[in-house]
Design a protein around this ligand. Sequence first.
Ligand SMILES: CC(C)(COP(=O)(O)OP(=O)(O)OC[C@H]1O[C@@H](n2cnc3c(N)ncnc32)[C@H](O)[C@@H]1OP(=O)(O)O)[C@@H](O)C(=O)NCCC(=O)NCCS
Length: 158
Amino acid sequence: MRVWPAPKGLHIEPARPTDAVPLADLHKASFFRGWSADEFATFMQDKNVSCLVASNPRHQLAGLALTRHTGDEAELLSIAVARRWRSKGVGKALMEAVLADLAFTPAKRLVLEVDRDNKSALALYESLAFSRVGTRPGYYAGADGQRATALVLRLELG
Ligand SMILES: CC(C)(COP(=O)(O)OP(=O)(O)OC[C@H]1O[C@@H](n2cnc3c(N)ncnc32)[C@H](O)[C@@H]1OP(=O)(O)O)[C@@H](O)C(=O)NCCC(=O)NCCS
């Protein structure tokens, strides 16, 4: 059973096919370019993609983490925690569940991109011992029309 603990009475589990709309709502509330329910439905049909959610016992979603693995590399496609649940350890619990779940795949490392100005996300990844391995100038489009630099982070999986 793929269920992991999370703070505040939440738990982490795989998303359900019926979650596509709430996943899109959660994602749109966190990112300038939100993904649609159709995009989430497509991700959930991909056997190489794992979509984990933080939810309460009534399956109301507080967070999501989407990972794709190909061969020995996995990529964190997205992670988001609903605003009212942030800074309570939910993001960390999601990342720990991602890492536990990847143990069942051939992945040997997890990579991700993060806006170099995204302090909370960087704090989260650095608390998990990710290393900075590159930069991608102009990688993100922002609401203000400016382009932001992404840092590429990597974690070797044990
Ligand atoms: C990034 C995000 C997922 C973190 O989730 P969260 O539930 O708030 O994070 P947590 O409460 O689990 O905190 C994890 C670590 O980050 C630190 N942290 C969290 N928010 C922080 C902030 N605003 N400033 C500095 N550090 C912060 C915590 O202290 C904690 O470190 P610790 O375990 O060493 O104490 C959340 O802020 C979010 O959804 N942001 C919008 C979407 C986004 O930017 N996603 C990342 C894209 S790469």
